[in-house]
Write a protein that binds this ligand. Sequence first.
Ligand SMILES: *[C@@H]1O[C@H](CO)[C@@H](O)[C@H](O)[C@H]1NC(C)=O
Ligand SMILES: *[C@@H]1O[C@H](CO)[C@@H](O)[C@H](O)[C@H]1NC(C)=O
Ligand SMILES: *[C@@H]1O[C@H](CO)[C@@H](O)[C@H](O)[C@H]1NC(C)=O
Length: 190
Amino acid sequence: MEKIKLGKVFILFTYSHVIGVMCQSPLSVGTWFNNLNILTAPKSLTLQFYAQDIVTGPGQTTYEIARSSISATSPTSFGILYMVDNQLNTGPDPNSPRVGRRQGLVGFSDLNELALYLSFNFVFQGGLYNGSTISVIGRSRIASTERELSIVGGTGVFRLARGVVIYTTYSFNSTTNNSVFKYTLYITYY
Ligand SMILES: *[C@@H]1O[C@H](CO)[C@@H](O)[C@H](O)[C@H]1NC(C)=O
Ligand SMILES: *[C@@H]1O[C@H](CO)[C@@H](O)[C@H](O)[C@H]1NC(C)=O
Ligand SMILES: *[C@@H]1O[C@H](CO)[C@@H](O)[C@H](O)[C@H]1NC(C)=O
C-alpha cells in the first residue's frame, strides 16, 4: 500500500507560481486559453490527503438519495445512490489541517460484484488552491485494495487538468460503517 514513492506530497500550501489564477472573468479565461498552444508544457503535481466518509452518527456527510426497485434484494446493492460532501484533511485525523471537500455521487453500479460508480469534485478550500476544483470519474471495485480513478478536468488553478487518482481505505469502523479514505492524485495541468 505504501509502495508509491511520493516526492511532492503536502505541497498544497507551498506552491507560489499559481497565485493570481483564480476568479478571472470569462474574457481573461479566454485570453489564458488562447495563449495556450501545443508547446505549453503541462505542470505536474502529486497531492495526498484523506477524506472522512461519515455515513452514520454525528457529523454525517454521506446520505442515500435514491435506490432502484431491485436494490433491497440485490446481492450487490445495485442501484443505491449516495450524495457525499466529505471533509478532506492533510492526515487521517479529522483534526489535522483541512484541505477542502469531496462532493458528488457514489452509487452501486454492478449487478454481479460489489463495485461503485463515482463522479465527484475535490473542492479545495484555503491555501493557494482555494476555490479550485478537480473533477473525478471512475469505477471502484470494493474488493480491490488500491482503486484507480480518472481526473477528467478541473477549474481555477487546475484548468484542463488530467491525471489519475489512487485511493485506498485507510480505516473502516464496522460499528458505524464510517471510513477514512486516503487519496493520492497525480495531476497534470497548465
Ligand atoms: C477562500 O476563498 C473564499 C471565497 O473566495 C474566501 O471567503 C475564503 O476566505 C478563502 N479562504 C482562505 C483560507 O483563503
Ligand atoms: C468505531 O466507532 C465507535 C462509535 O463511534 C467507537 O466507539 C469505536 O471506538 C470505533 N472503533 C474504532 C476501531 O475506531
Ligand atoms: C453497516 O452496514 C451493514 C451492511 O450494509 C448494515 O447491515 C448495518 O446496519 C450498517 N450499520 C449502521 C450503523 O448503519
